[in-house]
Design a protein around this ligand. Sequence first.
Ligand code: NAD
Length: 274
Amino acid sequence: MNSLLLNTDGVQIPQLGFGVWQVPDDEAERAVSFAIEAGYTSIDTARLYFNEEGVGRAIARADVPREKLFITTKLWNDDHDRAEAAFEASLSRLGLDQLDLYLIHWPVPAQDKYVQAWKSMERLYKDGRVRAIGVSNFTIAHLERLMNETEIVPSINQIELHPRFPQPELRAFHEANGILTEAWSPLGQGRGLLDDPALATLGRKHGKSPAQVVLRWHVQLGNVVIPKSVTPSRIRENIDVFDFTLDPEDMAAIGALNNGTRLGPDPATFNWMG
Ligand code: NAD
């Protein structure tokens, strides 16, 4: 498993992790336990997924020591003005005494509290409560504002990113500013994208599935990637992407699938509080 260096004092994040959005608490415990047995060491949850306890039970049960795991959770939209309390509540649901990565889940520009939230995250980082801090669904404008008005550059921005929506401008901005790009819905949520004949052709060429081809494309772009599945065979399949290489023409063929299709909400206007 490759790891990528965050811009924070030598902290490394596994390049491929396991996402648990829309997985109920009990099922999350089973799926995360299976994923850890299958070799995943990075888990991505959020307050809003309502499964931090299940993730925490899987971590507690795991044969892998805590320090070998990388756990991410996220600050929800209605907690921007009480980030430190929300953080401690998440940590307690996870059963942990320190978190690896805490993200602001959405900027919610309409409420204009993300700068305040970031200043609380900076305090959590400086106090050693969390090893790295970052954001999710931030646009270039939101990132620039944080960089102008606060001290610490986010280590990562977790954004919607898949072959139909590859976000080249935002990735270039991240790269220029030492921010890692983390791709959510990396498989385009499964159906649709994965049925594309171009991916089947590349899969046949490399002896891999369409999902593996897409995950390999992310790895070669330098993205951190967090596919979700609750199906054991797919959980195993999705981590088995480090033994083949896509050629430049394969990368270009996947790049040609870009049709600007966003699956999730637009971060500039999203203000749902849950
Ligand atoms: P995804 O792109 O990972 O797709 C998951 C779906 O693809 C599965 O439910 C399954 O139907 C299918 N699938 C998975 N593996 C497959 C395989 N090998 N073959 C065929 N089909 C397969 O979608 P996602 O769950 O939306 O995103 C992954 C993770 O990203 C989430 O679980 C969550 O952790 C994170 N996320 C974050 C945000 C955010 O706002 N920060 C938003 C959405 C998701």
